[in-house]
Design a binder for this molecule. Structure first.
Ligand SMILES: *[C@@H]1O[C@H](CO)[C@@H](O)[C@H](O)[C@H]1NC(C)=O
Ligand SMILES: *[C@@H]1O[C@H](CO)[C@@H](O)[C@H](O)[C@H]1NC(C)=O
Length: 424
């Protein structure tokens, strides 16, 4: 053997021995670049778990199963300590070798079951604005780098804010409580609020849950009966079926979208080309482990109210899919119990999990601009700042408009594939 090849051989042996850790039947060794990340790469998608095991609860994570086989017990403890669990090797390119998770805000008592929702990144102030859904009249804002927090008083006060989004300098939020529920705009400097939509031809909405704008400035939003189920003050018995709506912000027409198999529409997101609408169907919060916990995809057309070609793209196993976001390369980031699942919606494949053990993530939001690649997760117990290689779909901030989105997606996909090849 040539001297240099011996060195290379020894170096590769060293890399393997330090990075593979043990000769576990459950994990694959990581590329050397990932030596300083807290990630595990599962082997064979954990297709076979030796021995017996017991399931814990609908909101528990993989590492919470109680296994009989000692090798499984030790593997699960490794999973429990990981910040990122790669189910597919491609997840490594998504997170990148600098991936990390920080906690930027925690909430008073450890038993705090408050639901934190409506995360919106405001680049101008470098803040994440979000809600505690149990509260009336104010929102949280946390500065992303200093972690300083403040409260934004909403005026007139908004009740039990759930989903929200940023659009043209204002926050647009859904309210779940109070006698009149709907979509409101909020100026985050003054806290001033204004109703945008508060009824469906004289019927109260159930509890608008989440909303998004498309690039024609129109709104898609979901309206399940969670407000009634959670008994928020003022909420009347439902006056409408659960539905997914389209709101034309110019004509003010509200239309219920047809052909949806979704029982409890929750978070929603549009694909990069805006031709696919993703909607979470989440019932697990109300008890039974056999109740739905799905993410559906539909073909949408701007001129039509028909959701065509409904297809299941994901079934979560931990908790229920809640907030959804699409990444720069068109991947779906899904808030679930124990973290966020990253899924390729074309194939339905779970690429990996961003792990927040012991906490339930209700929603998530990518930062943008200089902080592209930072994702903010709002949980029951804390707010997390996750730094990844893959950023969000910040189409507007990047000035990427509809026409060239396809080309851009292809270009990014090419880069992603290159990165995977280099890493492998
Ligand atoms: C928010 O309020 C501030 C202070 O009155 C005002 O300067 C700003 O233009 C408002 N923002 C929007 C988008 O209306
Ligand atoms: C929703 O949850 C309730 C309560 O657990 C259950 O009775 C119902 O069957 C569930 N529905 C679906 C569609 O999952």
């Amino acid at each position: 053997m040539h001297f240099l090849s011996i060195i290379a051989f020894l170096a590769s042996l060293h890399a393997l021995s330090t990075l593979a850790g043990d000769n576990s039947p459950f994990f694959l060794p990581l590329p050397e670049a990932f030596a300083n990340t807290n990630v595990v790469l599962l082997k064979d998608q954990l297709a076979v778990i030796p021995g017996e095991w017991e399931y814990q609860s609908a909101v528990s994570s993989l590492h919470n199963i109680r296994a009989s086989d000692p090798s499984v017990v030790s593997a699960l403890s490794k999973v429990a300590d990981a910040s990122f669990v790669a189910w597919d090797e491609r997840f490594l390119a998504v997170i990148g070798p600098e991936a990390k998770i920080e906690t930027i805000q925690t909430f008073e008592s450890p038993e705090d079951k408050h639901v934190h929702e409506a995360p919106v990144y405001v680049a101008e102030s470098n803040e994440l604005v979000y809600s505690d859904t149990s509260q009336v009249g104010w929102l949280w804002a946390v500065e992303m780098d200093t972690h300083e927090t403040r409260k934004i008083q909403t005026d007139p006060p908004l009740n039990n804010v759930n989903g929200a989004t940023y659009h043209d300098g204002l926050l647009y939020a859904c309210t779940n409580g109070g006698s009149v529920r709907g979509i409101f705009s909020i100026n985050v400097t003054t806290g001033w609020t204004k109703p945008i939509l508060n009824n469906y031809r004289g019927r109260h909405f159930n509890s608008p849950n989440d909303l998004i704008f498309d690039s024609n400035n129109n709104i898609y939003f979901t309206d399940p009966t969670y407000g009634w189920a959670q008994q928020w003050p003022g909420v009347q018995q439902p006056e409408l079926p659960n539905a997914i709506y389209h709101f034309d912000t110019r004509s003010k027409a509200v239309t219920a979208l047809s052909n949806s198999p979704v029982h409890y529409p929750n978070g929603l997101a549009l694909s990069l080309d805006e031709r696919t609408l993703y909607v979470a169907d989440s019932n697990s919060s109300f008890g039974s482990p056999t109740s739905v916990r799905n993410v559906w995809a539909f073909d949408v057309e701007h001129s039509s109210t028909i959701l065509r070609n409904p297809r299941l793209v994901y079934q979560a196993e931990s908790g229920w899919p809640d907030g959804l976001r699409v990444s720069r390369n068109g991947l779906l980031f899904i808030a679930v119990a124990g973290g966020a699942d990253v899924v390729d919606p074309q194939t339905g494949l779970l690429l990996g999990k961003i792990a927040t053990p012991g906490d339930i993530i209700l929603n998530l939001e990518p930062a943008n601009g200089e902080r592209d690649g930072v994702w903010l997760l709002t949980g029951n117990k804390a707010v997390y700042k996750v730094t990844l290689a893959e950023g969000g779909n910040n189409r507007r901030s990047l000035g990427e408009w509809k026409g060239n989105v396809g080309a851009i997606a292809e270009q990014h996909l090419g880069r992603l594939l290159c990165l995977v090849q280099n890493l492998a």
